[in-house]
Design a protein. Sequence first.
Length: 324
Amino acid sequence: MSFGLAAFIIYFVFRRLEINLDDVWRQLRDANPLLLVVGLLTYYSAILIRALRWRMMLKQVGISEKRGYRLPGILGTFEILVLSLFANCVVPARLGDAYRSFLLKDRSGSSFGVGLGTILAERLIDVVVMVGVVVTAGVVVFGTNVPGRAEQAFLLGLGAVVIGIVGSIILFVFRVRIEAMVPDRFTGHFRRLNQGIFEILRKPFPFAWLGALIWLMDGLRVYLVCHAVGATLTIPEAIVVSLLSALVTIIPITPAGLGVVEVFMIWILPQVGVQPDTAAVIAILDRLITYWSLIAVGLPIYFINLRRDVIVRTQNPQHVAGET
């Protein structure tokens, strides 16, 4: 249903905006492959920085080799992140985040709740930093004349920040009362979830600085894609396009915002001087990097890991019994 909805959204917008498919195809063929490759490398470099940051978070909550956990190295953590992003591309509701926590538990022996808590804290930090970066870039690009839909995306981001901060405060202040209402069998999970969240939020600034770098790299990716098709956006304009497109995925209607992100990019790019046909080309190429490449990369990694897990469980049935 999610993929069907995404396809309908894209079809409807292409028909509504009367985009010339022949011109789109011509621009796709003429795109600069070197700039697109650099954009692809920029995207996966940002994921690598995310892996480094998440590993720092895990150590801050006590998941480290010194504590007896089998914490994956940088490349191992990078693989887990790619697999979780791949899962987000094929299932709705950001279930890839839960999958990331499961993979961490399976490989390191850590608590699922603590791992999930670090991911929730990471998400909150990312949204706060994203809104700060995009508002700053938006002031540079639009001044006081913010387009209506862009303003709605700004407000959506600000709303998410307020809800996240207020929710965290309520969870921290009333954690004892909330824990009392949680069934006994889930009490331990609730405590570990809190530990994962608030151990990170206690010292968030190193992670926030890395978050700002990650979002700036997202803007750089869009800048490179735009210049690959001859659209001369500035860095602030590229940041606005990239981060506003990311903000509309806060409500996970479709897997990884499929359809929603493309449509928003096609709408927002003409607001900074890009022709609609070229905007469609940029949206297609950018999503080839941020969506379809993850499926192309993540699917074989997923099956390799699945095969490895099956072999391990077949050769060591006691391991399976222990997990059960």
